[in-house]
Ligand binder design. Sequence first.
Ligand code: FES
Ligand code: FE
Length: 441
Amino acid sequence: MEKGTLDRRIFTDADIYQEELEKVFGLAWLMVSHESLIPNPNDFFLSYMGEDPVIVTRDSKGEVHVFLNMCRHRGNRVVRADDGNAKNFMCTYHGWTFSNEGKLVSVPGLQEAYYGELDVENLGLVEARVDIYAGIIFACWADDAPTLEAYLGDARYYLDTSFNRRDGGQQAYGPQKWTEPVNWKTPVDNCSDNYHLPVTHLATSLAMGQFGRRSQTAFSTHKALFGSTSKHLHVNGHGLTLRIYEEGQQVQPRFGNGRTPKNNHVFQQFYESIQPELERRLGKFRANRFSLANHTLFPNGVLGFRLALPRGPLKTEFWHFVLVDKDAPDEVRRATIVGYGNNNGITGLMEQDDQDNWIQMTQSGLSPKGRKIPSNLSMGKGRWTNTDPRFPGIVSDGYISENNQRNFYSRWQEFMNAGSWKDIPVAPITANFEGTASMRS
Ligand code: FES
Ligand code: FE
């Protein structure tokens, strides 16, 4: 990254892939679910931490747990349903049964066959650390990892404007799931890259405009993109881009997908009605002067609560969720879910534009000549140009550079060279979190 170049083998090499499952996905805090997907006691939801299948449970006392979905007897999957409600989970091989608190509560033949000698106490489900930010459930395998609050660091200052806006929280819808023949890092890198917008998504922007949907026309030309007063920034591996607003300008929140000239008045009324609450929760500056745009959460969160799950060096499984304010009017809810699907769901036009590039880039890492020639990520190198102290992080004024991409791959390299958290630096929290919004509410 010193030279702004990148060896393409990190996208295709099977040994590097196995190493990153251990060193990146084995150490990082990972998004696995959302509280609204398991709202009731004894609800559960199946998810993944990298390639490790996990059961996310809410026990009868309301406590959230994340367990490896693996029977401690011979390793069968304990739960097969995607979600549901159950106090206990019985393994379908020999019938060992685990509670939703992870305890091994029943073993056929415990006396007759094991002679009462089985170490039942220590054969519960393998449990991960759990923490929750604004309803999003994170899990981590590493005992020595910093708190989730420290892991998110100053990125939360910006994330709050999308995910932590409301007293009543948000509802997650989904996921849509699909696989793509790409390395998981390529979509992550892409989701804080704005350089591609006027080229990759030009046709989509024009089509969206034509059909009366809210288009990305603000950034459908290079002139608009390079002249923008927006910013992009990096904190602890998380890459974020922001749209900046002048005093008195109407903020366009990230959750505005699905807004059309026809339903605009409903969105508008809703946004106006919640503005005092936003100012109370986020402070006037965060509520009025910027909105979160494209962004990623290290290692594999892309554009909000959406996951790029690794499935081998050349395959990624996407999970697309949509978050909507719980009290949003039905028309806003429906339009938002459909709008996000039309952009970035499996049939989303933006998603298809992007996928085509990602697949071709992945193929370049496999061609004998191409894989010897590094990728170039030199744009804006050495130019950290933030001139406004109200924006914490490694911030660049303007909407475009490859600062976020270089920082993402540098962070990945820090994890790959570390092996434990003692060798991974965490930036101190410096943001002035005005307003009442906190990690949990
Ligand atoms: Fe689960 Fe035997 S593998 S009970
Ligand atoms: Fe894109």
